[in-house]
Design a protein around this ligand. Structure first.
Ligand SMILES: NC(=O)c1ccc[n+]([C@@H]2O[C@H](COP(=O)([O-])OP(=O)(O)OC[C@H]3O[C@@H](n4cnc5c(N)ncnc54)[C@H](OP(=O)(O)O)[C@@H]3O)[C@@H](O)[C@H]2O)c1
Length: 282
């Protein structure tokens, strides 16, 4: 039987979480068309047992955190809200580095205020290639904030193996959040290293922003034979790669959440593993 839960930052949570990025407007900026529908999805996630939510003050910006707080606070004691710092939004909807110690401090305070929390359970330092600040300095800024009690654990995001190792020389790293999915397996060295160290790995964009479940995805046929949806299969594939991996798909639909959560209990057969290994994903 595969592990259905993983311990992250002291929280024993189901391995299918939820990401808030797409709750906000196009390109994760601006107000959503229907804020109440967003809150309904968030409450539905909690009702269905999701206990890992990934968010950030720069989603919206502010809007995703605000929706989360309005929908769910007071938060269940067993809910892990994971946040990120290190980026700011650009007017065209992109992300730019915001990695100085001052920016990190300010972003942690933004997250605390928007989420209505006294302490952030885990904050991921997002590596930004355009940053002029060494990544270890950004992680060091989080270590200072942890010493002050504003955050409990430090994670890293968008890291290479070298950055991951460097961060561990600065502070204990409680989790890694990197992009990983079927057909996007670059960075497996980081997943493997995290697994060996027993550090949980949060796979972001596990459905390729919907590409793995699009009408032309070859996963549909295989999933149908397996008796599940393509989303369930794609997420279960990630969970099958490491017992300490979790996925944080985003969705605007309570029905889709149910399919996503089914990945937690889906058991792979050797044949199915081989079939997916042979699949050419674009
Ligand atoms: N650390 C980082 O730098 C970073 C970067 C990017 C993202 N992230 C995190 O990763 C999270 C997920 O990434 P993402 O939202 O970009 O992409 P994703 O989770 O790979 O894909 C989301 C898309 O999949 C669809 N979907 C979800 N479940 C489905 C189902 N059961 N059936 C059919 N379609 C389904 C959603 O459509 P519906 O709305 O119709 O369900 C949505 O369009 C983000 O919210 C964010 O928290 C982190």
């Amino acid at each position: 039987m595969k592990e259905q839960k993983v311990t992250i930052a002291g929280y024993h949570v189901g391995r299918v979480g939820y990401g808030t990025m797409q709750l906000t407007g196009p390109m994760a900026m601006g107000d959503p068309a229907d804020p109440e529908a967003c809150k309904t999805v968030l409450r539905s996630a909690i009702e269905h047992g999701v206990r890992l939510i990934d968010t950030s003050a720069y989603y919206g910006p502010e809007i995703a955190n605000r929706l989360l707080a309005e929908a769910i606070a007071p938060y269940p004691d067993d809910l892990l809200v994971a946040t990120k710092v290190g980026a700011r939004r650009t007017p065209d909807g992109g992300f730019a580095a915001d990695t100085t110690p001052e920016a990190v401090r300010s972003a942690v305070h933004d997250n605390l205020r928007q989420l209505g929390l006294d302490t952030l359970s885990v904050v991921h330092a997002r590596y930004m290639p355009d940053s002029t600040v060494p990544f270890e300095e950004t992680v060091g800024a989080l270590a200072d904030l942890r010493n002050e009690g504003l955050i409990a654990h430090i994670g890293v995001s968008n890291v290479t193996l070298e950055l991951f190792k460097g961060a561990q020389t600065v502070a204990p790293i409680a989790s890694v959040e990197n992009e990983f999915r079927l057909g996007h397996e670059g960075g497996r060295d980081v997943l493997d290293a995290a697994t060996q160290l027993g550090i949980p790995y949060l796979a972001f964009r596990p459905l390729g922003n919907g590409a793995l479940v699009a009408a032309d995805s070859p996963l549909h046929e295989i999933a149908r034979h397996a008796g599940v949806s393509a989303a369930t299969l794609a997420l279960a594939w990630v969970l099958d790669q490491s017992d300490t991996a979790a996925v944080i798909p985003g969705s605007s639909s309570p029905e889709h959440l149910t399919a996503d959560l089914a990945a937690q209990s889906f058991e792979f057969t050797a044949d199915l593993r081989e079939e997916l290994a042979r699949l050419e994903m674009s």
